[in-house]
Ligand binder design. Sequence first.
Ligand code: DLZ
Length: 163
Amino acid sequence: MATENKNLSDYDKSAIPDASNFRFGIVVAEWNEVITEGLFNGAYQALIENEVPQANIVRWNVPGSFELIYGSKKMLQTQNVDAVIAIGCVIQGQTKHFDFVCEGVTQGIKDLNIQTDIPVIFCVLTDNTMQQSLDRSGGVHGNKGTEAAIAAIKMAYIRQQAT
Ligand code: DLZ
């Protein structure tokens, strides 16, 4: 199945590595909180359903998506995690701020993936409207938080195999 718009029940469980010994950090932006909470819930639920112990999931909040870079960096430096999921939502406004925040967080998370050894999963919605974000955070287009959690498990496994 294509990787787009999947719910947890759509995944072939046998294709997801054993996550019961992994530890995950989830960094959540407070901007557009309704959306980021939906994404967090999707990610958290997917980790729990894949047998990640509650105690192995560390959540930190940061003010906005731009702060996901620093939050993710400190998370991977201090919390002994196997992967970090960075959750945010940037919605197009009247000014260029959207472009700058999107560009900044995308490049920042990319840089962390290059410069450090812990995978950081990009779970930042960049939408034109609130409805598009609602649709992707537990709505008609599924939950990108769920997809991010599965990606985190797979990347933690790849890192373990390659270390
Ligand atoms: C300033 C700002 C704006 C306009 N829009 C968003 C947004 O849609 N989503 C988001 O996560 N954050 C936004 N921010 C806040 C910035 O990410 C950041 O928190 C501030 O610029 C302070 O560094």
